[in-house]
Ligand binder design. Structure first.
Ligand SMILES: [Zn+2]
Length: 285
């Protein structure tokens, strides 16, 4: 599952290739999309905006419709020059949007729907801008309100709820808890308002730092602005705790712990000394 920063970078790249340009051709293997295109042709329209909302990628057309795609595990968007050889076989093609300069190809995109404005507003699964950590209209108060509806759940699980806070994946979840000194197994209700506010701010800061223009594909939370563009053999080399079970905490030297957490059985990493439970209890790693 790609993290929010990956989808954001895809949206930024697609935006550069598509925004403001007239579409010359639209194709898809999805009957619902081609039927929409038959009724309201996309050729001749322009792309007005491309944005990410958590793990969704939205392409807004001048005719008012929005193409919403969700990548799940398999999907990807590529941008080619006209006539350039595709890096995936044609059989994986699901959606093609062409203009005079570029060909944008959605490969193995598992979820794709064309939505009218009122349908987009009602689409419960697509997070609103207010709760997307990378959106300029982000509203921490709205996220706090939504977190309060999960008061009895463990905070690291709540950070993954895309309907509470969109764009934080499993790597950032552990990192955000570490940098704010919050034990990932704390229940939301046990955390002070200031801690919750700090968690939300850290989520925005860490994810945003990974979508800077010079960011590589590797997630970096440890090491300040030093970016790694080479492939690291150790996935935890640029991180505070994720992937570092048994290794010494970068702050206190205690062994980093690892544990499966939550109904979806996602792996969580933390330092028991830097991230104590608010009530003083311990959690086994
Ligand atoms: Zn520590």
């Amino acid at each position: 599952m790609p993290e929010g920063d990956t989808i954001f970078r895809t949206a930024r790249a697609l935006g550069r290739a598509l925004i403001g340009k007239q579409i010359t051709k639209f194709r898809s293997t999805y009957p619902l999309l081609t039927r929409f295109d038959d009724d309201v042709p996309l050729a001749g329209q322009t792309v007005e905006q491309v944005e990410s909302r958590g793990k969704w990628l939205l392409i807004h057309f001048s005719g008012g419709a929005t193409l919403a795609t969700h990548m799940l595990m398999s999907g990807s968007w590529h941008i080619y020059k006209p006539g350039e050889r595709w890096q995936q076989p044609r059989i994986n093609m699901r959606i093609v949007i062409e203009n005079g300069d570029y060909v944008a190809v959605g490969f193995r995109v598992p979820v794709a729907k064309m939505l009218k404005p009122q349908e987009l507003a009602r689409a419960a699964k697509i997070p609103p801008q207010a709760i997307d950590v990378l959106n300029e209209n982000f509203n921490a108060g709205e996220v706090l309100r939504r977190m309060s509806t999960c008061a009895d759940e463990e905070v690291a699980d709540v950070l993954l709820h895309q309907e509470v806070l969109a764009g934080v994946g499993n790597v950032f979840k552990s990192e955000v808890c570490f940098v704010t000194g919050v034990n990932p197994f704390s229940r939301v209700v046990s955390l002070e308002h200031e801690k919750l506010t700090a968690l939300i701010a850290a989520a925005r800061r860490l994810v945003a730092a990974n979508v800077l223009e010079d960011s590589g594909e590797t997630i970096v939370t440890y090491g300040g602005r030093k970016r790694r563009t080479t492939h690291e053999a150790d996935p935890g080399a640029s991180l505070w705790v994720y992937g570092r079970a048994g290794e010494p905490c970068r702050r206190c030297g205690e062994g980093i712990r690892r544990r499966i957490q939550g109904p979806d059985a996602r792996v969580t990493f933390w330092c028991a000394r830097c991230q104590p439970m608010a009530d003083g209890t311990d959690v086994d790693g």
